[in-house]
Design a protein around this ligand. Structure first.
Ligand code: FDA
Length: 388
């Protein structure tokens, strides 16, 4: 007769490996299955190869979810400090880039090695295609490497972003098969594309505040060949109501644009109108001047205040015309996923399907940029691992 594992974990990514390690330490027999040839491929490319593995300031407000309280219990049960302690126990050097944002000092591979060492004693099979999961007395997992049985199954195959790294909808499909509802999914933390691309601005970067209603992020923005990206844009993209819903972008963040332009007029009365844009990167300033000030031949002293006010409004409340987003090919995360209402917030187990767990990005919990998504993977993985 086939061995019956205490848990089969689908996905050897951040959340799956954390759940596997935790369950194994609790004495469970664990099998991890993954269709990729190696563990943690997204971890390896994360944080520009340095993996922003947590954020010390993590709280529920840093996540988007249909239930904004759902993540509290798991985050309290396994905190950023807990993960940092683990990182230090493994002798991994780290550095704090922005406040609270912790990265590996050397390589993201250090985090994958940590997880694999922590998960010692678990069986792991890579390059394994999962064909079906059914439930009788126990779960039966059919793969191209044979059938496996388990008392518990953990859905940990992540979200849909970056298909070329092996992302798939397996967890979402299995959730639906077992009657769990799924919140509609869209790309999150994703670059935006313009209706009319401005390739002449590609590479121009500047600090901005990008807002959607009451929520806004002050950080860098960079023009791409097709639109805009950079941390402020990725953050606000997660708050779009549809791909055409453009954020409002303030290119002089923290300053009153009208006052700033008025001060330039006063200081340089004999200068030409494009000098009003002296605080913006040169290429961008030229582009804006060509499109908004080219009819003017006067000096700043003779420029009507009305024109200054309208230029200030354009700079401080620019609403780009969008054609959409770069989609899952370039998104850092998937928004939406397995509905938190069908899961226990303490254990991540499906309320109506005993033994079925869902963790990590497959669940409708999406973090901001800055280490929050990995912290969710660790915390939800530990919550499930402890319950197995
Ligand atoms: P994850 O994607 O890590 O793992 C899923 C696993 O399931 C993979 O090993 C995959 O091969 C496997 N799988 C998928 N489909 C399968 C199938 N059908 N059969 C078998 N196996 C299957 N976050 C952060 O906090 N800090 C950061 O620095 C970054 N940086 C970053 C950069 C880039 C470019 C991206 C795309 C993403 C990030 N992220 C991030 C987000 C972070 O990588 C992500 O939220 C976590 O990896 C999610 O962990 P999971 O374990 O849920 O999925």
């Amino acid at each position: 007769m086939n061995k019956i594992f205490d848990a089969v974990i689908l996905g050897a990514g951040a959340a799956g490996l954390m759940a596997a390690a935790t369950a194994r330490k609790g004495g469970a027999s664990v099998l991890v299955l993954d269709h990729s040839a190696e563990a943690g491929r997204k971890i390896l490319i994360s944080g520009g190869g340095r993996c922003n593995f947590t954020n010390l300031a993590t709280k529920a407000d840093n996540f988007l979810s249909a239930n904004r309280h759902f993540m509290r219990s798991a985050l309290a049960g396994y905190t950023p400090r807990d993960f940092l302690t683990l990182v230090e126990r493994h002798g991994i050097s780290w550095e704090e880039k922005a406040e609270g944002q912790l990265f590996c000092a050397n390589s993201a591979r250090d985090i994958v090695s940590l997880l694999l060492r922590e998960a010692e004693g678990c069986e792991m099979r890579f390059s394994t295609a999962i064909r079906s999961v059914t439930k009788g007395d126990v779960f039966h997992i059919q793969t191209d490497m044979g059938e496996f049985s388990a008392r518990n199954v953990v859905l940990a195959t992540g979200g849909l972003s970056i298909p070329k790294l092996g992302a798939s909808d397996l967890s979402l499909r299995l959730a639906r098969q077992f009657g769990l509802s799924v919140v509609p999914t869209v790309p999150g933390l994703v670059p935006l594309t313009f209706e009319t691309p401005l390739p002449e601005l590609a590479g121009v970067s500047l600090p901005v505040r990008a807002s959607m209603g009451k929520i806004g992020f002050t950080d860098g923005m960079v023009f791409t060949h097709r639109g805009i990206s950079g941390p402020a844009i990725l953050q606000i993209s997660s708050y779009q109501n549809g791909p055409l819903d453009a954020p409002v972008i303030d290119m002089l963040p923290g300053r009153d644009a009208r006052e700033a332009l008025g001060a330039i007029k006063k200081a340089r009365p004999r200068a030409e109108p494009p000098s009003l844009l002296q605080d913006l990167p040169q290429r961008l300033a030229r582009h804006i001047a060509d499109n908004t000030l080219s009819d003017l031949t006067c000096t700043l002293a003779n420029l009507p205040d009305k024109r200054i006010a309208s230029l200030a409004a354009q700079i401080s409340a620019w609403k780009p015309k969008l054609s959409g987003t770069e989609g899952y090919a370039k998104a850092e995360v998937m928004k939406g996923g397995i509905d938190t209402r069908v899961l226990s917030s303490k254990t991540m187990e499906a309320r109506d399907v005993p033994g079925l767990f869902a963790i990590g990005e497959a669940v409708d919990v999406t973090g901001w940029l800055g280490g929050y998504n990995f912290q969710w993977a660790w915390s939800s993985g530990v919550a499930a691992g402890r319950a197995i």
